[in-house]
Design a binder for this molecule. Structure first.
Ligand code: IPM
Ligand code: MG
Length: 355
């Protein structure tokens, strides 16, 4: 199989972790006889430095013309003072929306060997944590109209959802639940927000087509609490854009480290964008410290969702598990006093395990 992958290392630790993910893809390609061609593109701060804007039309077009996109992370203190529309993060939002990637899958999976890295007590963790967060990614308050007063005395962001937007993400979530433990929790703030009342109504209607999936509803504040109180109760969570952003950081941390969690952003077609859920961590950039696992697992998701290469994806995931079980750690997942390796060495260990 031959595929064209747009690779966007981005800023901060982005290039460090992307390097390891690309090498992992190359290992898979050589073992299974595929050809992956990479088209390196700039987005975020690096694009601002080069072209003056976070994402050029040209870059978006190149991303659209690729079979999929692999992204590191964007942003950093260097560009923090910039106006909203010119910030590095704008590149991410423009890519998500420009590519029509409304469905963001964020699996929060705890590796047994890492349970001591979780801030939760072992009796709370119980049999482990395996939650799939399905986050709506191209609507809601992130994309609603933004306004601010000339004199700076007020600002507003509009949260808006259409029935169609809610319906399509709900279907993806029900489908995901069907492939897992058949439980879906829809998270909203229907006691306060009009968009949430619409959300609840639409999700409940879609549920009629999925009688085999058990649907429940939670308010977002309660969901945040339940995640740390009893994470084992969750299978799939579906929620709007901003709630999903917040809950996925929380879910990642209870599994041990935000450096372990991948994400897949999907739309109607086969193309997608794959990125770790963590940020650009500029303080540790270029120091061979960052944990590359989230990005490597994102590359595995790319193989699965965009290229239908399940065996290859599984080979990467199994290799990660083997390496973790074998005790290899980056600093973020190392216990107190435990030895740890750098970014490159972790990547290498995973590649060796694949072989
Ligand atoms: C994420 C990030 C982004 C988001 C930022 C960087 C715009 O936090 O992917 O979770 O809020 O979606
Ligand atoms: Mg986030």
């Amino acid at each position: 199989m031959e595929k064209y992958i747009a690779v966007i290392p981005g800023d901060g630790i982005g290039p460090d972790i992307i390097k390891e993910a690309v090498k992992t893809l190359d290992t898979v390609a050589s073992i299974y006889g595929h050809t992956f061609r990479y088209n390196y593109l700039l987005a975020g701060g690096s694009s601002i430095d080069e072209y003056g804007i976070p994402l050029t039309e040209e870059t978006l077009k190149e991303a659209k013309d690729s079979d999929s996109v692999l992204l590191g992370a964007v942003g950093g203190p260097k560009w923090d003072g910039m106006e909203g529309s010119k910030r590095p993060e704008k590149a991410l939002l423009a890519l998500r929306s420009g590519l029509g990637l409304y469905c963001n899958l964020r699996p929060a999976l705890m590796y047994k060997a890492l349970s001591s890295s979780s801030p939760l007590k072992s009796e709370v963790i119980g049999d482990g944590i395996d939650v799939m967060i399905v986050r709506e990614l191209t609507g809601g308050i992130y994309f609603g109209e933004k306004k601010k007063a000339e004199d700076g005395s007020w600002a507003s962001d509009l949260m808006k959802y259409s029935t169609a937007e809610i319906e399509r993400i709900s279907r993806k979530a029900f489908e995901a639940a069907r492939k897992r433990r058949h439980k879906l929790t829809s998270v909203d703030k229907a006691n306060v927000l009009e968009t949430s009342r619409l959300w609840r109504k639409v999700v409940s209607k879609v549920a009629e087509d999925y009688p085999d999936v058990e649907l429940s509803h939670l308010y977002v504040d309660n969901a945040a609490m339940q995640l740390v109180k009893n994470p084992g109760q969750f299978d799939v969570i579906v929620t709007e854009n901003m709630f999903g952003d917040i809950l996925s950081d929380e879910a990642s941390m209870i599994t041990g480290s935000i450096g372990m969690l991948s994400s897949a952003s999907l739309g109607e077609g086969k193309g997608g964008m794959y990125e770790p859920i963590h940020g650009s961590a500029p303080d540790i950039a270029g120091k061979d410290i960052a944990n590359p696992i989230a990005t490597i697992l994102s590359a595995a998701s790319m193989l699965r969702y965009s290229f239908d290469l399940d065996t290859e994806a599984k080979a990467i995931e199994d290799a990660v598990e083997k390496v973790i079980n074998g005790g290899v750690r980056t600093f973020d997942i190392a216990g107190k006093g435990e030895k740890y390796v750098g970014t490159e060495e972790m990547g290498k260990a995973i590649r060796e395990a694949i072989k």
